[in-house]
Write a new protein. Structure first.
Length: 273
């Protein structure tokens, strides 16, 4: 807690020093050799991911879903953890990731395992239009939402933005895709630019992180787009399930109860299929 508070103070009052620290940390970190993972591929950029302790339940769900699709589309691919799982299982990847540090490891992890010809990489963020926007934070916590997870306003960069429909074009036609989304609060914005992808034939399977009260900007009690995000899928005849071993179905009544505070969900990851 003390370490986190100190980092926040440095970010707030000494942004140049914070930038120097991040750049030095990344330079030193990038010199570390890759590690062998329990799944047989090598991995750099996160010790917990390389060791197999990162999101173990979600990892099992993703690997099961990959068996039922032709391609993985990873929105917010980070350093390539789930991309590597897909590629190790013989599934090609379309990876979308705007943060420079993450891209370094994403490219390194794919190339080190000789998968470069099986992956398309887009160094962008996704929204509902073409633009250049500010993104706050880095690592696993970068967000297009200002104030997300109390990220200091000084920790900001600019990134190009396109819609998912424009990125994918006709590339999913006739292919069954798993679209994995982890973009820190910008899910509904992304879905507004995915109207054609949502109705692709065959329909994609989506796995998406959608928070309720966690990490919301100051003054926001609950995710203002929580209900609309689920409605986007269910109105198009998708069914929603928790992305855990229970795989409990989520209906609009459940969503309404969550928004009204009558119940709580035990996960913030969901599968739509």
């Amino acid at each position: 807690m003390i370490k986190n508070n100190l980092k926040s103070i440095v970010e707030l009052y000494f942004p140049t020093l914070a930038l120097f620290y991040r750049n030095t940390r990344d330079f030193l970190d990038q010199r570390h050799p890759p590690s062998k993972t329990p799944w047989g591929f090598t991995f750099s950029g996160s010790d917990s991911m390389a060791q197999g302790s990162f999101e173990p339940e979600e990892t099992n769900v993703v690997r099961r879903l990959l068996a039922d699709v032709d391609v993985l589309v990873n929105v917010g691919a980070n350093v390539g953890y789930y991309c590597c799982h897909a590629l190790s299982l013989g599934k090609p990847v379309i990876a979308i990731e705007p943060i420079a540090r993450n891209l370094h490891y994403l490219l390194k992890n794919i190339r080190n395992n000789d998968w470069a010809t099986e992956a398309e990489i887009f160094p962008i963020a996704l929204a509902d239009h073409t633009d250049i926007l500010e993104i706050w934070g880095g690592g696993t916590g970068a967000s297009l939402l200002k104030g997300w997870a109390a990220i200091p306003e000084s920790y900001v960069t600019q990134v190009p933005v396109l819609s998912l429909d424009r990125v994918l074009g006709e590339s999913l036609r006739g292919k069954k895709a798993l679209i994995l989304v982890d973009i820190e609060g910008a899910e509904f914005m992304m879905l507004q630019g995915a109207t054609q992808t949502l109705i692709n034939e065959p329909r994609p399977i989506w796995m998406m992180e959608i928070t309720t009260t966690e990490h919301q900007p100051a003054g926001t009690v609950i995710n203002p787009y929580f209900e609309q995000t689920f409605q986007t899928f269910l109105a198009r005849n998708y069914r929603a399930f928790t992305a855990n071993e229970l795989a409990e179905e989520i209906t609009m009544k459940t969503v309404a109860d969550v928004v009204a505070g009558r119940c709580q969900l035990l996960t913030h990851n969901f599968v739509f299929r």
